[in-house]
Design a protein around this ligand. Sequence first.
Ligand SMILES: C[S@@+](CC[C@H](N)C(=O)[O-])C[C@H]1O[C@@H](n2cnc3c(N)ncnc32)[C@H](O)[C@@H]1O
Length: 293
Amino acid sequence: MGWCQLRINIDNRQADALSESLMEAGAIAVTFTDATDHPLYEPKPGTTPLWPSTAVTALFNSQHEAQRVFVGLGDQFGLLALGAPAFKQLEDRVWEHAWRERYQPVDCGDGLWVGPDDFVADAPDACVVRIEPGLAFGTGGHATTALCLRWIASHVMSGVRIVDFGCGSGILGIAALLRGAQSVIAVDHEAQARTATLENAQRNGVHKKITTCATMAEMVEPVDGILANVLLNPLLELRDEFAARLRVGGWIVLSGVLADQTELLADAYGERFDQMQISTEGDWARLSACLKS
Ligand SMILES: C[S@@+](CC[C@H](N)C(=O)[O-])C[C@H]1O[C@@H](n2cnc3c(N)ncnc32)[C@H](O)[C@@H]1O
């Protein structure tokens, strides 16, 4: 059996009402996505803001039904507010497998890979981080994660104790453990991310070396390194706390910043850190540095 997708772009203030009407009219599912290009970076925990223009996509059993529902919505919302609808016929398929087609292995260099459970790297000594794509951020596909993974791949991890700050799926901490790190404290204020990290750690057989927490407040011992792929503002706010959690000479790897924000970040961190290095990929950047003595 096939399906029909009806997509309507609407002002975010009307998106919830439109979604309810679509469900009442018989939609099987409704999803919200960004209708234009206004990414919402890391909303505050517990909030779910919508994009200024939100694309509301509803799934129906047939195009005939989708068209009938759209005509009915005109009375409630006004055809002008709804704009031009887009109808798309979908072939039936095994949806559980669909995400796998889009989840491609990532080569992080120096024998480090990220891939699904059934991926086999074409090198006997390759180290593969197995991540199940889920609700937490971090499958290696985003440039900021890839920049951090490449740093991990090209530095000695043996025996180091690390904080993976903003752990998301746990990908960075797990990669470091697979490359020989002694222990990882995975910090994330989202409970879902901490759960995903523990599940992924188990999947990779490193769960005994990883602990999760919502903040760094409970940490007692200084660590050798901190990996933090979050946004510019939290990184600026966290500089002194990061410095306080590191042993002298310890390193930080910061990402989640745009290439044109690195000057600001380097200025702020320059007071406490030296040996700074910056790397970019597309619009994104990574900064690494060591704590001054
Ligand atoms: C961009 S994701 C990075 C995920 C993963 N580390 C990676 O590199 O792909 C950022 C993560 O940091 C978390 N986060 C952002 N600000 C935070 C804060 N101030 N304290 C704790 N976690 C934070 C978010 O919940 C999110 O899971």
